[in-house]
Design a protein around this ligand. Sequence first.
Ligand SMILES: [Zn+2]
Length: 463
Amino acid sequence: MKKIALLLALFFPFILLAQDCSKVSKKTIKRLQTDINKLASDQMEGREPGTAGEIKARDFIIGRMQEIGLTPKGTESFIQAFSYFEKVKQKPNKTKLSLNNKKLKLNHQFYPINLSSNGQIEDVPVISVGYGIHMPDQGYSDYERLDADVNGYIAFMDISSPKDLNAKAPDLSSRATEALDRGALAILLYNSDKGTQVPSPSFNRIKKIGIPVAYIKASAFTNVPIEFVENASLSVTEYEVPTQAHNIIGFLDNSAERTVAIMAHYDHLGYGGEASKYRGPRKIHNGADDNASGTAALLELAYFLKKNKLKEKNNFLFIAFSAEEKGLLGSRYYVMNPTLDLNNINYVLNMDMIGRMETNMPLTIEGIGSSLIWESSLKELECEAFPLTLKKREDGPSDHAAFYYAGIPSLHFWTGKHDDYHKPSDDAEKINFEAESQIISFMESFILLMDSKGKIDFYLREK
Ligand SMILES: [Zn+2]
């Protein structure tokens, strides 16, 4: 019987694969439990980049990659460090504004913008400079209409645009520089037209034009009407927050021409922050499904491909990305600074949240549009355990997107959103380990099936 099975396997390898493709493996479940419990434990503090929790998670994953026997493929051993800027922060006790000696509330009624320098101006008269536009060649100048000099004043400026200006109105940066050149000590902005986009209260870098610049929200003028603003005190102390994050990269060398890249982000939200859906006191967001589940699956696939005694026709690159939750930063950085020639990457498999499958729930696979081979190949597998939802969408929102934009066929696996998404309640005890083990079996079969298909051609779908 064994001999027959072996013969069958030799001549019809996919029949055997098809039978195997949704098996539950107790050993896999055990490893998944260990890895997910560890990554989603409070000790890791939600794995936010730039924190001790990220470092602990990083070192744990490196340890696992070493155990499995992967070769380092980062820039320093398994690590590829990169820097980015978090949202600029303000010192609340040193970021203040009062109009006619009435204090406004930071963020509720005003905020410094990305053009602002730090500084403190006490009780200075305010001069209204209209739109702050000076375009004499267009026959328009707010400053020429003024009968006073701006020098030594706070410029009070409307960010919208005059109707009678034929040309495109200059941007805020040029208007602010104009006021600065005319000697303004600070600039206070407001908006008289709902159609005008207001400056963002949240930004990562400061352009520092040389004086404090703040935007006043419409709600502030119920206290002090715009036309009665006479003097102001303004202080701004804001600072950039440079942060270092770490991608982790391991390699399985089969001396093949091409490499399959398998990836999952391991970072999460730390104690919450902007991306959190939770409103309440500071709490660790453990991110068991998002994305300890994908990270553990990455390690399990590495384990399978390393230990399976087959020499596949592809090499395998395993990347655990950081700063995905900050805007897919780790994968973007990797694509700009690859440690392996991107031309040799055959295709990409990304996993982001594959731990919450319930009975009759489908496994969603996105990115079907990135190669014409995907749909028919997936149908060859015919797995019984769960239905598949195949979506053409190639561009995210997860780490495979950067690779798709680089012209590489990319698939993304996930089991869908749930009530605990981006909340502290995304915990390890809610993971369906049995189903995750089946998803991994499915992916293993899929990888072996694709191994017989040579180079996977990229497809650019017309949308
Ligand atoms: Zn995620």
